[in-house]
Design a protein around this ligand. Structure first.
Ligand SMILES: *[C@@H]1O[C@H](CO)[C@@H](O)[C@H](O)[C@H]1NC(C)=O
Ligand SMILES: *[C@@H]1O[C@H](CO)[C@@H](O)[C@H](O)[C@H]1NC(C)=O
Ligand SMILES: *[C@@H]1O[C@H](CO)[C@@H](O)[C@H](O)[C@H]1NC(C)=O
Ligand SMILES: *[C@@H]1O[C@H](CO)[C@@H](O)[C@H](O)[C@H]1NC(C)=O
Ligand SMILES: *[C@@H]1O[C@H](CO)[C@@H](O)[C@H](O)[C@H]1NC(C)=O
Ligand SMILES: *[C@@H]1O[C@H](CO)[C@@H](O)[C@H](O)[C@H]1NC(C)=O
Length: 169
């Protein structure tokens, strides 16, 4: 969505549409592509410290690999009270490899009910709560390799149907 479109909408006074449109704008540092009704957002290798706030809500694949993101709590929760933020209820693939994530709270992925693949490799995650993946019933690929201090001895994932748990070494 370019500036021109915004101006046209503004002058037409379509405030609601403008609002919806701006929520769906691609973050300026990222690249967004839509093909066959799948919207991919690539924000990898952008020196990001946080997840950009305006990821289009219909995104199906989000790549945040190779950044410096520490905290996900803020972003992936239900954001009813801040519509700029993400429900991302269509998200199927989330790549967070090689960031600085050290903790994963139990509510962080609960709104991502379509999530199939989650790459958390090469972070500093030390523990995970049992309830973290309770709502992500479609999750089949979880990559946790390269989290050196992650202790999975009390198997957090036993209730899940995960076929690709690529563990820490
Ligand atoms: C998702 O939003 C983008 C940006 O507004 C749009 O270009 C794309 O067509 C949308 N994709 C779907 C599947 O609705
Ligand atoms: C991890 O991310 C940093 C920052 O973007 C980058 O410099 C480094 O090359 C990445 N490491 C790998 C193995 O890709
Ligand atoms: C927004 O909602 C979250 C979760 O429901 C809540 O923790 C947070 O305090 C709310 N923030 C504001 C500014 O109301
Ligand atoms: C899992 O994905 C299917 C489509 O592949 C969808 O119909 C279903 O609602 C998803 N499960 C959950 C818990 O959202
Ligand atoms: C898991 O992540 C590591 C590090 O990013 C990568 O080398 C490996 O290929 C991944 N495994 C799978 C099965 O995707
Ligand atoms: C695993 O469970 C045992 C027994 O409940 C507990 O003592 C221990 O601290 C747990 N380890 C981790 C890493 O949570």
């Amino acid at each position: 969505m370019g500036m021109k479109t915004h101006m046209q909408l503004l002058s037409a006074g379509v405030v609601l549409v403008l609002f919806t449109t701006s929520v769906q704008c691609c973050p300026s540092v990222c690249q967004c592509t839509t093909r066959n009704f799948q919207t991919s957002v690539d924000c990898s290798r952008k020196n990001l410290l946080t997840v950009p706030a305006t990821i289009p809500y219909n995104t199906t694949e989000l790549d945040l690999s190779h950044n410096y993101v520490q905290d996900l709590t803020y972003v992936f929760q239900n954001q009813n009270n801040n519509s700029e933020f993400l429900g991302l209820e269509n998200l199927e693939i989330l790549k967070l490899s090689n960031n600085s994530i050290s903790s994963i709270t139990e509510s962080v992925f609960t709104k991502l009910s379509m999530l199939r693949e989650l790459d958390l490799s090469d972070n500093n995650i030390e523990e995970m709560n049992d309830k973290t993946f309770k709502e992500t019933q479609n999750l089949t690929h979880l990559n946790l390799s390269g989290n050196k201090n992650l202790d999975l001895t009390n198997n957090t994932f036993r209730t899940l149907n995960i076929i690709g748990l690529f563990g820490s070494q």
